[in-house]
Write a protein that binds this ligand. Sequence first.
Ligand code: MUC
Ligand code: MG
Length: 367
Amino acid sequence: MKITKVEAIPFSIPYTRPLAFASGEVHVAEHVLVRVHGEDGVVGHAEAPPRPFTYGETQGGIRAVIDTIFAPQIVGLDVLDREKIHARLDRTVGNPCAKGALDIAIWDVVGKVLGRPVTSLLGGYTDRMRVSHMVGFDDPDRTVALAQRIHETYGITTFKIKVGRRPIARDVAVCRALRAHFGDAVDLYIDGNRGWSAAEAARALRAMDDLDLLMAEELNPADDVLGRRWLVGRTAIPFFADESVSRPAEAARALLDGSATAISIKTARTGFTGSQRVLFLCEALGVDTYIGNQIDGQVGTMASLVFGAAYKGTAERAGELSNFLDMSDDLLAEPLRIEGGELRVRDLPGTGVVIDEDKLSRYRTDR
Ligand code: MUC
Ligand code: MG
């Protein structure tokens, strides 16, 4: 089955609740829907969520690199020749979200051609994942009220709290209020998006020592080479690398040089093929992973779920699969539904993504 055409369709959907964190703020989902067409009219879909402040990709840049560089290199190749496809894409450095979306859309085509759900082609471990909800910067009372509503409405019992503000007491107060409100009924962990120095992060962790945090993520910049190693060495909980490991080789480097003890896997930036490589590396080294959220819409969340549910290592931890709840609308014909704190994969060939074409017409910005 040859690839006949690739489309990169920009769309824009506002958030009802903007998400603020140490490295940026999101008010509108300005994403790209990637469509890979195969012979016989088979079409695979994926969502590329650019994070300009994290990886430097933008909506316009993702479109341009796909239209002018990647599509001409892969049109005409067989969808099963994935090593060949990746060898061509990897001639160009960077562009993780553009490459990730192409990879996922190609897997979607493969699943449809074979008539099997991609989750079973990848690993087939389970059909569901527990969901972790990520909360952005706010004050303690509003954060507790939001988490309580999410807990009651969707049954979610794991929360990631964005930290990295100054003074550090602001974030400590939010975490403390959540623990006081929920007691041990929820799991809590923190993500600093590189906002603190190593010394500030160490102080913050000390101030939260009694809060039973599950793990910590990117509290200070990985480029503070010795500072990061010093911090990770004195942290008693898993220290996750996220945006500092956008490729399998970076994950290997981070683990070997002691600048992380665990790895967040985001299909938005490593697709399914790169995410497999990260996961298998971590499994071989005995290192924890979890499925992170690149502030994906529902199409991207479906991909995270399809991958996360496929493997024991990723399915056993709650995955960040709920931030589409902050969007005013989305593109899936049948919206995702979180029930009892879980999301289930769909028993459909491919990734299970079916696009609502009316919504796509409404939100696309190229016409
Ligand atoms: C996260 O885990 O950091 C914020 C920036 C990004 O790329 O992803 C989000 C969430
Ligand atoms: Mg993160």
